[in-house]
Write a protein that binds this ligand. Structure first.
Ligand SMILES: Cc1cc2nc3c(=O)[nH]c(=O)nc-3n(C[C@H](O)[C@H](O)[C@H](O)COP(=O)(O)OP(=O)(O)OC[C@H]3O[C@@H](n4cnc5c(N)ncnc54)[C@H](O)[C@@H]3O)c2cc1C
Length: 857
């Protein structure tokens, strides 16, 4: 194997690792004209497929997809013999790639990198190997793999055993013969599940020690599927482009349907078909909500458990093999061949470590709390220190000598999983914060390598030397990664995605779950916006387009995307009656909100005729406090039941009666009709509180948007007109001023449902310009805000009305009013009230309910 001469030790790029990622980046860098070297611990190429030679080792993404796509000629020259190729075949493929592009001449094997230091003065990386070599480069790329640092087996006495021990991830190159041997296998993750049936074929006795049962689907391996091959060969470019813009790096149809919207028989039919297909992605894409809806997940998990029960004859063993500790899919689904059936063999045995823990490995075998067992061999299939392990195993020091492992002490933060603030020109391929292990990794590797190489070319073309993420951009990305994870059930599981398999590792969700497509879009946009969030510097100067690439909460973005896909005309371009009908039609598609004890639709006498109201009563015993609620809709749209889900939420979560009152709307009834009605309704409810089942001494007001405007105004009127007594005011994204010159109007003029144009239209419908300084229109302009009831003001970051809401909170506070002010990042004007649809606002909604309860204490 290659051992490069040590004369040239200065490179444009030093790459660590010669697996799938290392090989591809070497190829790309050479084509782009950069000098590069890859340093690799092993003595040949292949990475994962060089080390993991255990019996049964195979890919779990179909080989046709788990192949490079960068060169159609390469693809034509290689044929896979099976749908899921074995480790030897995949290794041969990677060796073939290395030979075809003559890559070995740029790889130094048997070389472990120990340390890398950023040299500030020279603007370069200094890389030290275990062999004592020291090399320097402008760029330093870790292609060290997400699953390459084996986890130490945390079993007491692991070193005492006198027989032979094997680790699935460092398997002997000339294989192992277990014929006639008594073998213990510790670990039932993917490697255990793949190897156990084959070890059982040879061994005289096999005992499997299982801490956590895993979900597995049958691989149904066989020859490459003909229709799959045809689809690829018919139009390779389109096929690969679809893979690149898919959720997980494999082109698959996407379901539009949540689990429970499909009839039970049809659900079952789809599950059976997906299960029988034998792959790990299809079944997860059958419905939209399997990793976000616990009940849906539970149903499908039970489907998987029933499959185990049908295969394993001993009921207790079957039950032990059923995964129950974590939601389905929150650990990578395993593909199995004869795994469960292995436990029907007379010489196999399962030890459930939850019931019978290992006390110690001994010289001759394994002692559990119940028995002593003797073995000839022990196989450890105990997994990896995933995603960060191999990176921080190298002592990497950035600016001012800061150590990466210290920076990541509480969990890794990266910008796009590509770079880390404080570590210029340092890049990770499939690093934490990128889709990596949640995807077909070759697609993710190619995307990262293409992005990184293009960035190097960009710097070279611009006469620049360094690229480094800003702290703000990195923080923004970390928030986005967490926001996405928190929309799912993944953080619930003690998985290696969460770092939970390694004692002491911080519990942080490591990969990016938004999808390969969404992620690629973000990376592309960063480049299009002149490397947004990166500092670029060099002889040609310094510049930085500072910013955060994704600040809208992911579920808010999904709602925005859905709205955009409907291509509806802007409301302000419609006649008023059509705008009202459009708003009602959209409201009909919302989630309904929680059940309440009782709903009454009735009328109350207003100053100019009857007004509708809808009363929401909690299921608990009364009398309850009352919240008078004013709906949103720009004084033009909406009615007593138009904020129904939000009112239900406020009712149940604050244990209050909510009375949503209607008021006359513009343009038919312009200012001050809505104010008169709002105040009249408040007085009527105060006077009739007891007959409504409420507590007459506990009355608050609440409102959203234009309704928030009316809520502020009735509080000011009640103060100056001596009543009624109001315990508190909840103002959600309130309109408080007629000023359109605020920063929030500028920043959020378009794109977030409530636009500047729509607000202009609302104001024009509602009142004349000459009325707009009246504090009953612009309550922020009131001379004094002294003596108002305690307030909770909630504003959304991406809302034109944000700054006027903030200003009203600040002005009340300055006037001595008790104010709680919540500023909701990444939310828009309409998302805070989107109950059961925008779950990222759940905390804010909970705070609102707590705020209401606080008014009544
Ligand atoms: C058993 C198994 C099956 C898998 N099956 C699939 C699959 O079907 N589909 C899929 O998408 N993914 C699969 N994966 C994930 C797999 O790791 C990736 O698909 C891919 O092979 C990763 O390539 P890589 O080059 O990024 O990393 P690796 O292949 O892990 O290569 C990293 C290389 O870096 C070297 N290295 C690390 N640290 C140092 C150092 N300090 N100095 C020098 N060299 C170093 C290592 O020796 C290694 O050779 C599987 C993983 C395992 C373990």
């Amino acid at each position: 194997m290659n051992k490069l001469g040590s004369s040239n030790k200065q490179y444009d790029v030093i790459v660590v690792g010669a697996g799938m990622a290392g090989l591809y980046i070497l190829y790309k860098l050479r084509v782009a004209g950069f000098s590069a070297i890859a340093l690799e611990t092993g003595d040949d190429v292949g990475g994962t497929w060089y080390w993991n030679r255990y019996p049964g080792a195979r890919c779990d993404i179909e080989s046709l997809d788990y192949s490079y796509s960068f060169d159609p000629e390469l693809e034509k020259q290689w044929q896979w013999s099976e749908r899921y190729a074995t480790q030897p075949e995949i290794l041969r493929y990677l060796q073939f790639v290395a030979d075809r592009y003559d890559l070995r001449r740029d790889i130094q094997f048997s070389t472990r990198v120990e340390r890398a230091d950023w040299d500030e003065d020279a603007s370069q990386w200094k890389v030290t190997t275990a062999n004592g070599d020291c090399l320097t480069s402008q760029f330093y790329v870790m292609a060290t793999g997400c699953l390459s640092l084996p986890k130490e087996p945390d079993v007491p006495g692991a070193n005492r055993f006198g027989g032979t021990t094997y680790s699935t991830n460092a398997w002997p190159h000339d294989g192992v013969d277990f014929t006639g041997k008594r073998v213990a296998v510790i670990g039932t993750g993917s490697s255990g599940i793949q190897s156990i049936p084959l070890i059982a074929k040879e061994a005289s006795q096999i005992t499997v020690f299982q801490r956590t049962a895993n979900y597995a689907a049958p691989a149904n391996n066989g020859p490459v599927r003909e229709e799959h091959l045809q689809k690829l060969q018919a139009d390779r470019d389109t096929y690969h482009e679809e893979a690149r813009w898919s959720r997980a790096g494999v082109p698959l149809p996407r379901s539009e349907e949540p689990f429970f919207t499909v009839e039970p028989e049809e659900r079952q039919r789809r599950l059976e078909k997906g299960f029988a297909r034998g792959d790990l992605l299809t079944i997860n894409t059958l419905f939209t909500d399997l990793v976000s809806n616990q009940a849906a997940n539970d149903s499908v998990a039970e489907f998987f458990r029933d499959k185990v029960r049908a295969k394993v004859t001993d009921p207790q063993t079957a039950e032990d093999l059923c995964a129950k500790d974590f939601p389905l899919f929150t650990k990578r689904l395993c593909l199995e061949t004869n795994y469960f059936e292995t436990f029907n063999l007379p010489h196999s045995k399962l030890i459930n470590l939850r019931h019978t823990p290992i006390e110690s490995i001994t010289e001759t075998g394994i002692d559990t709390t119940e028995e002593s067992m003797e073995f000839d061999s022990i196989v450890f299939a105990t997994g990896f220190d995933a995603m960060t392990g191999a990176i921080v195993a190298v002592d990497i020091r950035g600016r001012h000598g800061i150590e990466l492992k210290d920076v990541w002490e509480e969990g890794p933060k990266t910008y796009l999983g590509l770079n880390v603030h404080g570590f210029p020109n340092f890049f990770t391929i499939t690093g934490p914060g990128s889709p990596s292990v949640l995807s077909n990794m070759v697609v993710s590797i190619e995307q990262h390598v293409d992005w990184i190489t293009a960035a190097f070319e960009h710097l070279r073309n611009q006469g620049l030397k360094t690229l480094e993420a800003t702290a703000a951009a990195q923080e923004g990305w970390a928030t986005h990664v967490n926001d996405f994870a928190n929309l799912t059930l993944y953080p619930v599981a003690n998985s290696w995605y969460m770092g939970a398999n390694v004692p002491g590792k911080p519990r942080v969700f490591l990969p990016y779950i938004g999808g390969v497509d969404t992620y690629r879009q973000a990376c592309n946009e960063v480049v299009e916006r002149d490397y947004l969030g990166f500092e670029q510097s060099g002889p040609a100067g310094f510049h930085c387009n500072e910013g955060v690439i994704r600040y809208v909460k992911p579920d808010v973005q999904m709602v925005l995307d859905l709205i955009a896909s409907l291509e509806q005309p802007p409301l302000e371009t419609l006649p008023v009656d059509q705008a009202r009908a459009a708003m009602d039609a959209n409201a009909a598609t919302r989630a309904p909100g929680p059940d309440v004890g009782e709903i009454i639709d009735s009328k109350l006498p207003g100053p100019d005729g009857e007004l509708d109201y809808r009363l929401y009563r909690p299921a608990t015993a009364g009398p309850h406090p009352i919240v008078v609620y004013y709906h949103g809709g720009g004084w033009v749209l909406g009615h007593a039941s138009s904020d129904d889900p939000f009112c239900r939420h406020l009712c149940t979560s604050s244990n209050s009666i909510v009375v949503s009152v209607d008021y006359r709307h513009a343009p038919e009834a312009r200012f001050p009709a809505a104010v008169d009605d709002a105040y009249g309704a408040l007085n009527w409810i105060a006077e009739n509180a007891e007959s409504l089942g409420g507590d007459s001494k506990q009355l608050a007001v609440a409102g959203w948007s234009a309704g928030g405007n009316l809520a502020t105004v009735v509080c000011q009127l009640a103060r100056s007109l001596d009543g009624p007594n109001i315990s508190g005011q909840l103002l959600v994204c309130p309109a408080t001023d007629r000023d359109f010159s605020t920063a929030s109007y500028g920043d959020n003029a378009e794109g977030y449902v409530l636009t500047r144009n729509l607000m202009t239209w609302f104001w024009d419908q509602y009142c004349d310009a000459s009325d707009r300084n009246d504090p009953r229109v612009s309550p922020l302009r009131a001379e004094s805000l002294d003596g108002l009831p305690p307030a909770m003001v909630v504003t959304a970051e991406l809302d034109p009305l944000r700054d006027e809401g903030n200003a009203y909170a600040a002005k009340m506070h300055a006037a001595g009013v008790a104010v709680q002010h919540i500023q909701a990042p990444g939310q828009i004007h309409t998302s805070l009230t989107a109950v059961d649809m925008v779950v990222s606002a759940n905390d804010v909604r909970q705070a609102m309910s707590d705020g209401i309860r606080g008014f009544f204490q």
